[in-house]
Structures are given as structure tokens and as C-alpha cells.
Design a binder for this molecule. Structure first.
Ligand code: 5GP
Ligand code: ZN
Length: 103
């Protein structure tokens, strides 16, 4: 838990965010500023600033399976995934997340 991290606060339940899918490793919620008709964020429960700081292969696998499960849950058969890593690549929230974009 990082006290200054918006996603840690969401995971803690500070904003009563609706999770479209969750398990022991991750939560999935809708992006507040969607860039596609369906725009989800798959977010690990632990605070990892970006992909550059992730060494846990099991968690990496769980995150990708979380993408699949969340897509299934909202009825997305076709979708794109994106991970922005670093400021220059457009990362704004420094708590690792996978964007899932679809119609
Ligand atoms: P990044 O640019 O870091 O890859 O993506 C961060 C994403 O988080 C952005 O698409 C932004 O709209 C979303 N976001 C930022 N703050 C919040 C928030 O408080 N709630 C939700 N649901 N999404 C957020
Ligand atoms: Zn965090």
C-alpha cells in the first residue's frame, strides 16, 4: 500500500469503486476516462510502480489470465491490451496496470 497512490486507494475501497472482476491477485475496474466503448484496467493488489519493477512471473501470469477473465465477464470476445511503462510512454499512474480496450 502506497498512501499516495490512487490505485492503492481504489483497491482499499476508499472510493467504493465497482470491480468488474477480482481475485486474490488483482482487481479490474472501468477506466474513468475511457478511450474505447469498453475500457478496463487490470490492476495487481500489491503496489508495483510499473512493469520495470515486476519480477514475479506468477503475478505476471495471473495478470494476463485476469485480462482474459475480465474480458469474458463483460462479454468481450475481441480486445486490445496495452501497458504504458514510464512517463515518456504515457504512463500517468505509477501502479502497474493493463489496459483492456474493446467494443
Ligand atoms: P496510464 O496512462 O498510467 O497507462 O493510465 C492510467 C489510466 O488510469 C488512465 O487511462 C486514466 O483515465 C485512469 N485513471 C486515472 N485515475 C483514475 C481513477 O481515479 N479511477 C479510474 N477508474 N481510472 C483512473
Ligand atoms: Zn499503488
Amino acid at each position: 500500500m502506497d498512501e499516495n497512490c490512487i490505485f492503492c486507494k481504489i483497491i482499499r475501497g476508499d472510493f467504493n469503486t465497482d470491480f468488474v472482476y477480482e481475485n486474490e491477485y488483482l482487481v479490474v475496474f472501468k477506466d474513468i476516462n475511457p478511450k474505447a466503448p469498453v475500457h478496463l484496467l487490470v490492476v495487481p493488489r500489491i503496489h508495483v510502480p510499473s512493469l520495470n519493477e515486476l519480477d514475479d512471473k506468477n503475478l505476471l501470469g495471473e495478470l494476463m489470465l485476469g485480462v482474459k477473465e475480465a474480458a469474458k465477464k463483460v462479454g468481450l470476445k475481441s480486445y486490445r491490451t496495452q501497458i504504458n511503462t514510464g512517463k515518456e510512454a504515457g504512463q500517468e499512474v505509477f501502479h502497474l496496470h493493463i489496459h483492456v480496450l474493446g467494443k
